[in-house]
Every structure is written in C-alpha cells, then in structure tokens.
Design a protein around this ligand. Structure first.
Ligand code: SAH
Length: 503
C-alpha cells in the first residue's frame, strides 16, 4: 500500500483554528510529525496508537535538521504509512513546507497540502489589528525578518517594501529588529509609523507590545519580549484601540487549575477558555468500578421490578447504572413502571440521553429539600433504589428511611485519587504562577490535598472557586478558605460565579 504525507497547516496556536480537513487527516494518520509551533492540544485528535515524532525547532536549538525531517517523512511514506506533518500556521508560509514537498516529490512519494491559518494574519487579528482596512491599508506583505544582516546583497527590496506597501508583517524578526527598523526608516518609511509585536498570538499567553518603527527595537529590548512574535508595521495598528477583543476578555491571562476527573473536565475547561483563561487540567480524582465489582448493583438490577423509585444523584451514577443494565441485556423498558428522581439539572440532563425524563428534579443536594419533593409520592412499603458513589453522604438514605421508606443504596462507582503527576502543579503553585483553582466536588478537594502532600498553604494566594456549599464546607474543614461559591450548583453556575467575581 502506498503511503501519503499530508503537509498540514496546524494554525497559529488557538487549537480551534485548525481546519476541518486538517483535523480529519490527523485523525486517520499512523504517524504524526510535529514541531514546537504546532499546538500540542491537536495531538489529542490522533489515533490511540499513532506514532508521534517531535522534530521541534527553535532558533539555535534544532532538535532535528531539515534534511533529517525530510528523510523521516520520506521513510514513513515509503513504509506505506499515512503521515500527518503538522506545521505551525500555514505550511507554505516560511514553514519550509515547500522543501518538504520537494523532498517527497523527489523520492516519488505522494503528498497533499492542507493550508492553514497563518500567524501573519491571525496573530494580528487576535491583537485587534486587521492587516487591511478600506480607509487605512489597501495592501499587506508578509516578509521574513530572519535575513542575515551581514549579507552584502539583501534578498529584500527594502525601497519598495518601505514605501510601496501599507501593512508589513515580519515573521521571525524579533532578534533582528534593529536591522529591520533601520532599513525601513532609511528607505523612506516614517519613523513614527505605528508598529506592534504580537507574541504567541491567538494563544492564552498572547502578549502585545504597541510601539513605533523608531522605538520598536529599544522597546522590545526593554520589555524583554521573546520570540515567537510577528512584527506589524502600519497605520492599521492604531485600530487596536477600538478593535481589541481577545486579550481583554474577562479572564484573559488567568491561569486556572481544573481538578475534575479527566473525562469530565472538558466542558469546564472549554467555558473558562472561552472567557480567555488558560486552563491547566490537573485531575485530582478518577472514577473506578465499585469495590464489590458490581455485585450489589447486579442484584438490584435483577430485582429492578420490585422498586417504585430510582433516585440518581450524579451523572456518573446515571451512566454507570445504564452501562450495567445494558450489559445484562436489558434496556430502559425494564424501568417503565418506576418513577425517577434526579438530583440537580445536570443529572436530569444525563437521564434524557437514555430516554428518561425525571419525574422530579430537586435542585439541591440538601436531604430535606429532596425529601420534601419526594414526600407527596411516599406510601407505605415504597421501595427506593439509589445507585451512587461509594463515598456519598449518608443523610439522604437515612432521612428517607425515617420517613418509612425501604431504601437500597448500591455502589456503582467509586472515586479515587487520580493517577496524575502533580509535581509540575506544585512547582507552578510555588512559583505563584496560578491565579485560581476550581473544585467541583468534595472529593476533588480532599484528593487535591493528598496530591499536594497536605501543603494547603500553597493555595494561600490562589482564588478558590467551589461549585456549591458542600464543596466549600469541605474546603473550610481542610483550612482552605473558599473565595467563590456558586449559587447554582452546576458547571454553568460555577463559570458564572467565576465570571462575576472581582478581586
Ligand atoms: N508557517 C508559519 C510561520 C513559520 S515561521 C505561519 O504561517 O504562521 C515562524 C515564525 O512565525 C515565528 O518566528 C513567528 O514570527 C511566527 N509565528 C508563528 N506562530 C506565531 C504565533 N502564534 N504568534 C506570533 N508569531 C508566530
């Protein structure tokens, strides 16, 4: 079978700027070859067993020579592999994608090019700078800033560039700004022309420095701005004052730790990222099968017709219960005579996935509130099944029993400390690099504390955000003072509380 290499533009950094076609190719690739400009988050689309090859390049620190990279691509293609070659931005804009394509062509291997969103335009856009504007700039050029200043003959036509084009975008130019700006001014560009540098454009770490052509080199030196950055020259830079939209978002520049279990973190992460935050997923818990390997659950399922009510207290409980039901060759029809209660709207929503609309949905976890809702339905000899976590609080079954109900509590999962290396997180906390931490259940709190070896003082200067009062109580019991407690005990409620919090 013939192999193929897809030269894929991975976009400038924001993982959402990968094209659909690029994403499809990553998903089907046997081998993924990537470098430091391609965002690592894109690797999450790769097949489980895909081979990942890092060929990262940074100035002065070449991990692999270009010829060697070409050779890797050729060899893998020859072996019949589907290869996704991820390149930052667009593969044919200063990415040496042309060279890689030529090497493949020479070796008789098939390739396709999937253009990407280039940093030249997108880093500017995320800084609120349009490279053209009907009244301000009718042309733009993308220029290498990496020209060797000691070269006698410049490959660039500085005269035409300096005065012939409205907006200039230099890539790879940070180290070379004294030369670039000198050439521009010497060739007729006004020294006070607005200019900007955008570092790590489109990412949560984006930095923007607004200056002028005359001051750019000195300002960059003073500010200590490092590559990778684009250098934008032209009157369009002024539009940033009005068009800035990304790096002024509510949570921009905030680093937030998300302690939820890995499989459940994505919704919270996505919402906080949308508000501009940089999320660091550090699961403190993970979900495992119950201690008795589902024995009590199986028993309850085989007697399911004897129950009058099913009470679900979490999404995990719902998913686990139905997975087990299905595994016994049963389905939702077995529950047709049973009433269902879901605690919290998220639990109710997960039930809908299985075709069940909960009869009652108490909004809060307080046992009294739940009992109050169920009370009108309670008759003598009523039997209730509660499939839930091992560590759940006893108060709900106890109160129900007091009301004269037969309650069977079965364990359908347990929450254990995550198998996750926390050393990087501890280091970030020690270096005061973290602004906020989110706790979405009591178990995320207690297991987080275990993972940081009880050093709760690491959180002293970090904003602590809790999903609700019970989680907040667990914090307090462990000498952690919560700063944010959501009013609605859902992920959306938590995000809203974080958004509204001002420190
Ligand atoms: N093919 C890439 C460019 C590769 S050259 C593209 O189309 O974007 C590498 C240069 O691109 C860097 O030195 C820097 O100038 C620029 N660059 C790439 N990603 C960037 C980003 N996220 N923010 C700012 N500049 C970036």
């Amino acid at each position: 079978m013939a192999g193929i290499v897809y030269l894929i533009g991975a976009g400038p950094g924001d993982p959402g700027l990968l094209t659909l076609k690029g994403c499809k190719c990553i998903k089907k690739a046997d081998v993924i070859v990537y470098d430091y400009l391609a965002d690592k988050k894109l690797l999450a689309y790769a097949k489980k067993n895909a081979e990942l090859i890092y060929v990262g390049k940074k100035a002065n620190n070449h991990t692999m020579k270009q010829e060697d990279i070409n050779q890797v691509l050729v060899n893998k293609a020859k072996m019949g592999k589907i290869v996704a070659r991820l390149k930052g931005g667009d593969p044919f804009v200063f990415g040496r994608g042309g060279e890689e394509a030529l090497a493949l062509k020479k070796a008789g291997q098939i390739f396709e090019v999937i253009p990407g969103v280039t940093s030249a335009i997108s880093a500017a856009a995320y800084a609120g700078i349009p490279v053209t504007h009907r009244k301000v700039a009718a042309s733009f050029a993308v220029i290498t800033g990496h020209e060797d200043p000691s070269r006698k003959e410049s490959g660039l036509n500085w005269k035409n560039l300096a005065v012939g084009i409205d907006t200039l975008v230099f890539l790879m130019g940070v180290g070379n700004l004294p030369h670039i700006t000198k050439q521009l001014i010497a060739n007729g560009r006004a020294a006070d022309t607005p200019a900007a540098l955008v570092r790590w454009g489109t990412k949560q770490q984006q930095e923007v420095l607004v200056t002028t052509v005359a001051n750019a080199a000195e300002d960059v030196y003073k500010y200590g701005l490092k590559p990778p950055a684009v250098f934008i020259v032209g009157d369009v830079v002024k539009l940033r004052n009005d068009l800035r939209w990304f790096d002024n978002k509510r949570l921009f520049g905030r680093k937030i730790i998300v302690t939820r279990a890995r499989q459940q973190a994505s919704k919270l992460t996505a919402k906080l990222t949308e508000l501009g935050a940089e999320c660091i997923e550090a699961p403190s818990i993970q979900i495992q099968d119950p201690d008795d390997s589902f024995a009590s659950m199986d028993k309850a399922i085989s007697n399911i017709s004897t129950y009058n009510w099913l009470v679900f207290t979490s999404t995990n409980g719902v998913d686990r219960f139905f997975a087990r039901l299905y595994s016994k060759d049963m389905d939702v029809r077995k529950l047709s005579d049973i009433k269902v209660a879901a605690i919290g709207s998220s639990t109710a929503k997960s039930l809908l996935k299985y075709g069940i609309k909960a009869d009652i949905v108490p909004q809060e976890f307080r046992a009294e509130a739940i009992i109050e809702k169920i009370m009108p339905y309670i008759a003598k000899n009523i039997k209730i099944l509660i499939p839930r976590a091992k560590q759940a609080r006893e108060i709900l079954p106890e109160e129900l029993r007091k009301a004269g109900v037969v309650v069977d509590v079965v364990q359908c999962y347990k929450t254990v400390t995550a198998d996750f290396d926390y050393s990087g997180i501890v280091e970030k906390l020690q270096n005061h690099e973290i602004n906020m931490i989110t706790f979405t259940s009591s178990s995320t709190v207690t297991n987080f504390i275990k993972l940081i070896n009880n050093k709760v003082s690491l959180l002293d200067n970090v904003i602590k955000a809790c999903i609700g009062p019970i989680t907040a109580e667990t914090c307090k019991a462990n000498r952690i003072k919560p700063d944010i407690i959501a009013q609605t005990y859902t992920i959306d409620g938590l995000v809203k509380a974080i958004e509204e919090f001002t420190d």
